[in-house]
Design a protein around this ligand. Structure first.
Ligand SMILES: [Zn+2]
Length: 209
């Protein structure tokens, strides 16, 4: 029944490049399998699927343009940087990639497991929003980035997620680089961040219902 209501959900699957598996240890593979199934569930949650349907409609992106969304098990690095997502705009195929085990270990030590889960889920959500927008704005990275930020903001606000942890995660995804730099723990209660968030949301026209 959910599949009927949210067609995007039925186009999603977990995908692994078997030939790349040998580059990873057993523990790493186990970790990435868990990561991908977690992200898969996070992306298919009805609340998020409902939001995506609304966003696609608002952006007049036909749902049929999206042919497949692959949640990749193994991470992808390009020029030393981790890739969050990719979009083949010709084929309408989107790929979502995980953070590395190394990043997750460091993150978990600093902020704990629960925060890591929230971060991983939201990073994937932002990546999917971003790649979906590429189907319309193709190579206009600037517009895609600005809109993705606006839309994610609308989504989190709707989730009654004006709670501190979500703001904290929002800040981490959009404003701060975690690796090498410490995110001050006070960031979640920093009023200027809240202000910035509100401004961002105001900029996004229309309210998600
Ligand atoms: Zn992009």
């Amino acid at each position: 029944m959910l599949e009927e209501t949210f067609p995007l959900s039925s186009k999603m699957r977990i995908s692994v490049d078997h030939e790349k598996l040998e580059n990873f240890s057993q523990n790493q593979v186990r970790f990435y399998l868990k990561y991908s199934s977690f992200v898969f569930r996070a992306l298919r949650k009805p609340s998020f699927q409902k939001f995506l349907s609304w966003m696609l409609k608002k952006e007049t992106i036909e749902e049929q343009t999206v042919r497949a969304v692959h949640v990749k098990v193994l991470p992808l690095r390009k020029n030393g940087k981790g890739i969050a997502g990719k979009c083949d705009t010709v084929r309408g195929r989107i790929r979502i990639y995980p953070k590395t085990t190394k990043f997750c270990q460091t993150f978990k030590q600093k902020f704990g497991r629960d925060t890591l889960l929230v971060y991983a889920g939201n990073r994937a959500r932002v990546a999917l929003i971003h790649e979906l927008l590429h189907l319309k704005y193709i190579a206009d990275e600037k517009t895609v980035r600005a809109l993705a930020e606006d839309y994610f903001c609308i989504f989190t606000q709707k989730q009654s997620a004006q709670s501190a942890p979500s703001l904290f995660i929002y800040t981490m995804i959009f404003d701060a680089k975690i690796s090498g730099k410490k995110v001050p723990p006070s960031v979640s209660s920093n009023p200027s961040i809240r202000l910035k968030l509100n401004e961002t949301c105001l900029r996004a026209s229309g309210v998600f219902k």
